[in-house]
Design a protein around this ligand. Structure first.
Ligand code: HEM
Length: 475
């Protein structure tokens, strides 16, 4: 089991804070970058410190976590031999992998915000605060003590909307994996508990008998995680028009159309548990909201097989490879942009969702979900080449008619457009100290279970281990 004090908090626990800011930093001078990282883990007075995974006695006013891109590792002086031991999708980066995960057309990198195409996107410092003021104070404290060799390239702010909804009006943040050894994300559900190795390097993963190779040196890779940082613009006008149009065409209530698209009613109630109303009487207790599967709805008569939540986490549904529970991602996102006011549509403001999608493997979690389940439907019966109604480029949502027969919502528009993406490594706290040149390990001997300790920056000579070559379909 990982030591929670070594692990960055945001990997294993939701902070439940209503404000977030993500700062993009460029490291112009490696010593300044190392100094910054070191000051975030060494207790420097007045500096915000990286929040670990240990349970709180009292909730802090602000939490800080840090992630680094492949370019950032290079800028900090990590040698090529060490970088070669990181998975290739991470070193290639989000721009290079965009087409693979469906970022095409208006979502293609040439349309992304410039900072995401900037090779100086090195560090992502994520602040979560109980108030906007707390985030502001932490930003000031962070930047005030940062040497000139580190520059801010951009910042992204996000804040909870009333009712914990996203801009389409759905209650969000309900389903998160329960991770062995970590604080539970909410009321207990009966879903399989994910092993720590599904989210942290160096521990047995969700695939029996498989542990992902730890990037070397061990102190750098172990207990780290990977994150896809995404800025996803939501076209709320198109969504509102879509509900009205499809309601007119099908005769269904607009709220039911909204539930078909998501797989949950906008109230958060799962369609599979309550196919006729989003406000069952008596109400579902909170612990029931994530305590369900789809096995007794194999044809999707209650919850469309192609709806968003059933695609991105098919649970016990019949899917190619049978891995409905094996590609889970931890989501740490909040809405950005002003709330949508239906009385003043088409206000020209950008709004959406931004945050991190985390896992031990970008390829087998975030990318797998996007590639195999979101932008292709051949993993499940009856979906064909359809795409996720929220995240796809538009198209068709097949619907099963209870008792037999099929129909579809057709002519769906693109609702979400990627405005930027970055692939990041989320190092453990000892790894941050190591990157800062403050690691204490000096031996290169293999420890228990092949665990290595190594000297500062000794990527050279560490065992380069290629990412597993298991095929996507069998996962
Ligand atoms: C603007 C874009 C998006 C919107 C509006 C959206 C909306 C939602 C909503 C309303 C839920 C249900 C609430 C919950 O279960 O917590 C949900 C769940 C989920 N979403 Fe998204 N989402 C977006 C992007 C993404 C992306 C890019 C991924 C990629 C991995 C993703 C993966 C998930 C997962 C894994 C769940 C939980 C499913 C489950 O366990 O049942 N979402 N999303």
């Amino acid at each position: 089991m990982p030591d929670l004090a070594d692990v960055q908090g945001l990997v294993l626990r939701g902070y439940g804070m209503p404000h977030a800011r993500h700062l993009v930093l460029r490291v112009d001078a490696a010593p300044a970058g190392r100094e910054l990282l070191g000051s975030l883990v060494d207790g420097t007075p007045g500096r915000p410190q990286v929040t670990p995974g240990t349970p709180w006695t009292g909730k802090p006013e602000c939490c800080l976590n840090v992630a680094v891109t492949a370019g950032g590792l290079r800028a900090l002086g990590v040698p090529d031999e060490s970088l070669a031991t990181f998975p290739e999708e991470f070193t290639a980066g989000a721009v290079a992998r965009a087409g693979w995960v469906g970022d095409v057309g208006p979502a293609a990198p040439e349309h992304w915000l410039p900072v995401f195409r900037d090779p100086g996107f090195h560090l992502l410092v994520s602040l979560s605060g109980q108030s906007a003021a707390a985030v502001e104070r932490a930003t000031d404290a962070l930047l005030a003590g940062t040497a000139p060799g580190v520059r801010e390239l951009g910042r992204f702010d996000a804040a909870l909307l009333g009712g914990r909804v996203d801009h389409f009006g759905y209650v969000d943040g309900i389903s998160q994996p329960t991770v062995e050894g970590a604080p539970p994300p909410g009321p207990p559900d009966r879903l399989p508990v994910a092993p720590a190795g599904a989210f942290l390097l160096g521990h047995p993963s969700q695939f029996p008998g498989h542990t992902y190779p730890v990037p070397q040196p061990e102190v750098l890779g172990r207990d780290g995680s990977f994150a896809a940082f995404r800025v996803l613009a939501q076209d709320v006008d198109a969504f509102v028009d879509l509900l009205a149009e499809q309601s007119r065409r099908t005769g269904a209530d607009p709220e039911l159309v909204a539930a078909w698209l998501c797989g949950r009613w906008r109230t958060g109630v799962p369609l599979v548990l309550s196919p006729h109303t989003g406000s069952p009487d008596p109400p579902l207790p909170p612990e029931a909201l994530n305590d369900f599967g789809y096995a007794d709805d194999p044809r999707g008569e209650r919850c469309p097989i192609g709806s968003h939540v059933r695609r991105v986490h098919p649970r016990d549904s019949r899917v190619a490879g049978g891995g409905g529970h094996r590609h889970r991602v931890v989501r740490r996102g909040l809405p950005y942009g002003p709330p949508y006011d239906p009385a003043h549509p088409r206000d020209g403001h950008e709004r959406g969702l931004l945050g991190l999608f985390l896992g031990v493997s970008l390829r087998d979690q975030f990318e797998f979900v996007m590639r195999e389940w979101v932008i292709d439907g051949r993993f499940a019966p009856g979906l064909g080449r359809t795409q996720d109604p929220f995240l796809g480029a538009g198209g068709t949502l097949p619907l099963a008619i209870p008792g037999g027969g099929r129909t579809a919502l057709t002519g769906l528009p693109r609702l979400v457009t990627t405005r930027g993406g970055a692939y990041c490594f989320v190092p453990s706290l000892p790894a941050i100290a190591h990157l800062a040149g403050r690691a204490t390990g000096t031996s290169t001997t293999a420890g228990p279970a092949g665990r290595r300790t190594s000297a500062v920056m000794d990527g050279v000579g560490a065992t380069p281990s290629a990412p597993a070559s298991r095929s996507r379909k069998d996962a």
